[in-house]
Structures are given as C-alpha cells and as structure tokens.
Design a protein around this ligand. Sequence first.
Ligand SMILES: [Zn+2]
Length: 287
Amino acid sequence: MTPAERIRRRSVAPGQVALYHLGQAGFCLKTSAGTLIHLDAYLSDCCHRLFGFKRMSPPPVTPNEPAPDLVASTHAHADHLDPEALPLFARRPQTRFVGAPDCGPVYASAGIGPERTVLLEPGAATRVADVELRAVDADHGDLAPEAIGLCVTTGGITVYHTGDTGYAPERICPSLPGPVEVMIAPINGEFGNLNAEEACRLAAQVRPRVLIACHFWMFVEHGGDPRSFLAAAPHLAPGVTAVVMAPGEELLYSSADGIVGRWVPDRLAGTWQRTGAAGSGEPVADG
Ligand SMILES: [Zn+2]
C-alpha cells in the first residue's frame, strides 16, 4: 500500500488526528471528518533547479494523490510553498490555499485567484471544514520577515507547526492561542532556523505532549542532526515525547491517549510496519 492509499484509507476517530511526514518541513494531516491538510509540502525538486539544493529523498506522495483539501504554507520559500506543485494542487477546484502574506504573489503567479486563498498575519485565523488555522508569530529574520507559524485545531486538538523560525520564545509563546498537543519544529540550525537544542528549549516553554523534528536531511546544504535532537530532548524538554519521523511515516495521535501508533512503509514488501521508539524503534510485527 502506497502512502497515498494509506492516507486515503486511514479512518480517524473523533478526538484523533493522523499525521504523515512528507519530508523537509512538510506534513499531511487527516482529521476525523476526513479533511486533508498539507502543511509546507515540498513535493517537487524545484530547489535543485533554483538553488542547486538536490532533494535527498523522494517525495512520499504526489500533489494529486492524495488530493489535499487545504494547502497551507508558513512562508513563500520554495521548500515550504512549492511553486511547481502548486499548479497541480490547484487543478482540483475545491482545494483551498492558506499562507503567510508573502505567499500571495506566488498564488497569483500560479493562477490561483483570491477566492481560493486566505493570507494570514499573526493573530488571524480562518476555518475550512472542521479545521481552524491560526497564524502565530515566527522569527525567520530578514530571510522571510512575513513568515508565520500555524496552529491547526481540529476536534479539540491543536497541532502547532512553528514554520521556519529562530529561537524567539518571547515573541512566539504569547502569540499561541492555547494549549498545544503536537508541536512540529525545525532542527537544522541554519538559514535562520532553530537547532536541535533550541527546538527542545522552545518546546519546554510551549509544553506540547509531542515534539516532532523537521527540516533535516532533505538538502545536504541545510544540515540538521536528529540524533542530537533525540539526545537533548529528555534534558531540555522533560515530559515532552520527542519524535523523529521517516518520510511517509504515519503517526496517529489521540487527545485521550497521546500517540496511538506509528507506522512506516516497507516499499519492497508492500506493507506497513509499526515503529516504536522515537528514533530507530524496536522491531515489531506488521500492523
Ligand atoms: Zn525552510
């Protein structure tokens, strides 16, 4: 079963959300109503053509399969708002686009009209189906002064994607709308981003139940060390479950029980295997 089929078939109970790592800072969320949200999905190899940054792992899904209901971007950099995937997302008329103010010109140049887009400054929110998206502060410096973080709330669960940001808890924490259950943060420590320790320190203040590392191992030039993230988390963010997901990995989160399960695709066997601990996991039977 491909990741696209897995996402399509996944049933999500009320009080749960399913998360899929798409590589780099990209995640797909599936809600209990079946709404699919792509956050910062980078699915082409345009950064290779634009900047010489070659992708180091293939995208686990394509822009059309599964087709997201909502495509959200924390800022307009091509690894977060993919200009080559955008026209493919837009082929489906129902798909909506939500992003930071600097995403507006990119939507326009892809021929996506304002009737399908919402631009959010920190503090602003919008609703699509059973999902509320709220923009919060981020500090990506001069690289993207309009960059935001996004809080995605569905079924009472808030997933907070910091977007690309440096360590700025004094700006970020007051802008959060309420308790966060799952936090996603970069760990590469370059290009204006948190490093592994800073991601853990920020999480210690945000106090999510789960902290998922992102923004590593997609481009050689971006750096990132998930091993040091896993080593630092118990000391710097005690009580927070630190998670490193493989590209395509599925994580099912429940408000009542925390992480219900995690599964990785075995492409050769065509199966999905349960994975356990934050990093390599312990061997377990197919599930
Ligand atoms: Zn980035």
